[in-house]
Design a protein around this ligand. Structure first.
Ligand SMILES: Nc1ncnc2c1ncn2[C@@H]1O[C@H](COP(=O)(O)OP(=O)(O)OP(=O)(O)O)[C@@H](O)[C@H]1O
Length: 341
C-alpha cells in the first residue's frame, strides 16, 4: 500500500522541522530515509504513524487520507531504536501483544515470530530485563511484524546490534517484509544499509526531500554536491567542462549533466582506476594507504604540468594496494557530477 505525504509541515516552537515535504513510498517496497542528525527523519515517521500531528499537509495510505485517523487504527508497525518493550510481559507476551487472545497462547506462533528475527524460541519465557539490547530490539521487531501491518516504520532498528547480528537480522526482517509486500520506511544512519536494502532512497535536508530515487541514482547521479558528499567519499578534480564530458589531469570523464567552462568534477574513489605505470596514462605517486580489509583508500599525488600537483583518493582492492612511494598510472571511469570553478 502506497504511503504518500504531501505538503507536510511541522514546527516545534520557533524551529521549523518539516517544510511542505512531499514523499511517496511505493507500496510493498522499502524506502530508506537518510539525512543529517536532526533533519526531521523521526518527526516524519512519527507523523506517518499518527503520534504527532502535522501543522499542515496530508498523509495518505493506499489513497485514503489518514491524517485524522488515530495511530492505533492506521495498521502501522513502528519500531524505534529503543524498542520500548513492555517490561512486565515475557518475550512471548510482548510479541503477541497485538494479536487475538486465542493466538497469543499458540507456542508455534511465538516460535515463528522469534525465528523471523533470528531469536531462539527458548527466549519466549524471558523478560526484557533478561535480554541484551540487541535481543530486545529483535523482540520489538517481531512484535511490530506480528499483526501483519500494512506499513512498517523502522527508526534505526538495527543500530544497537553488532555487525554480524545486524546483517542476519536485517536480512531476515527485510525478507519477511518483502514476502508480505509490506510497505516499509526505514530511517538509518548506515549508508550502506540504506543503499543495499532500499528500493528507494530519500534524502532529507532542511525539512525537505532533496532527492528520492533508486540507490544507484542517488549514489551515481546525486542531485547536488551535498547529496554526493553525504552518500560517499568524494574528490573534486579541476576540469575543463566541455558539454557532456570533462577534461582533467587524470583524463576525460562523462558528465551527469551537460556543463561548460572551467570547474571541477566530483568523483568517487572507485572511479579512479589505479594501474601499473603505462605510456600515455597520467602518473601519480602513492602518498598513503588507509587499509580497510577488503579494500583500501589510496592517497595519490598526480603529476600535473602546471601548479603544485593534485591530490586524489582512489579505492583499490585489498590485494592490489600499492605501497607508499610507489609510482602508478591513473585514469577515470564512469560518470561525474560537474560543479563550478
Ligand atoms: N517533541 C519535540 N519538541 C521539540 N523539538 C522537537 C521535538 N521532536 C523533535 N524536535 C526537534 O526537531 C528536530 C528534528 O528531530 P528529529 O528527531 O525528527 O530528527 P532526526 O532527523 O530523526 O534526527 P536523528 O537522526 O538525530 O535521530 C530536532 O532539532 C529536534 O530537536
Amino acid at each position: 500500500m502506497t504511503v504518500r505525504v504531501a505538503g507536510l509541515s511541522k514546527s516545534f516552537g520557533a524551529r521549523t522541522v518539516l517544510k511542505e515535504l512531499d514523499l511517496t513510498a511505493p507500496g510493498g517496497e522499502l524506502t530508506a530515509l537518510i539525512g543529517r542528525s536532526g533533519c526531521g527523519k523521526s518527526t516524519l515517521l512519527r507523523i506517518i504513524a499518527g503520534f504527532d500531528r502535522p501543522d499542515a499537509g496530508t498523509v495518505t495510505i493506499a489513497g485514503s487520507t489518514v491524517t485524522d485517523v488515530p495511530s492505533h487504527r492506521r495498521r502501522i508497525g513502528y519500531v524505534t531504536q529503543e524498542g520500548h518493550l513492555f517490561p512486565h510481559l515475557t518475550v512471548a507476551g510482548n510479541v503477541t501483544f497485538g494479536l487475538p487472545r486465542r493466538v497469543r497462547r499458540d507456542d508455534q506462533v511465538v516460535a515463528e515470530l522469534l525465528e523471523l528475527v533470528a531469536l531462539d524460541r527458548r527466549y519466549a519465557r524471558r523478560y526484557p530485563h533478561q535480554l541484551s539490547g540487541g535481543e530486545q530490539q529483535r523482540v520489538a521487531l517481531a512484535r511490530a511484524l506480528a499483526t501483519r501491518p500494512d506499513v512498517v516504520l523502522l527508526d534505526e532498528p538495527f543500530s544497537a546490534l553488532d555487525a554480524e547480528l545486524r546483517v542476519d537480522t536485517r536480512r531476515a526482517v527485510t525478507a519477511a517484509l518483502a514476502a508480505t509486500h509490506t510497505t516499509t520506511l526505514l530511517v538509518t544512519h548506515d549508508l550502506s544499509e540504506a543503499l543495499s536494502l532500499a528500493k528507494q532512497v530519500a534524502v532529507l535536508r532542511d525539512g525537505m526531500i532533496v532527492q528520492a530515487g533508486l540507490p544507484e541514482e542517488i549514489y551515481r547521479r546525486p542531485a547536488d554536491r551535498a547529496v554526493a558528499a553525504f552518500v560517499g567519499e568524494l574528490t573534486a578534480i579541476p576540469a575543463l567542462l566541455a558539454g557532456d564530458k570533462a577534461v582533467t589531469a587524470l583524463g576525460t570523464i562523462a558528465l551527469t549533466e551537460s556543463a561548460h567552462g572551467t570547474g571541477s568534477v566530483l568523483v568517487r574513489p572507485e572511479q579512479i582506476v589505479v594501474t601499473d605505470p603505462r605510456p600515455g596514462l597520467p602518473l601519480a605517486t602513492t602518498l598513503a594507504i588507509d587499509f580497510r580489509g577488503h579494500d583500501g583508500l589510496v592517497r595519490l599525488l598526480v603529476d600535473v604540468e602546471i601548479g603544485k600537483g593534485l591530490t586524489v583518493t582512489a579505492r583499490v582492492a585489498g590485494q592490489l594496494l600499492p605501497t607508499p612511494g610507489q609510482r602508478v598510472g591513473v585514469r577515470l571511469t564512469g560518470i561525474a557530477l560537474a560543479t563550478g570553478a
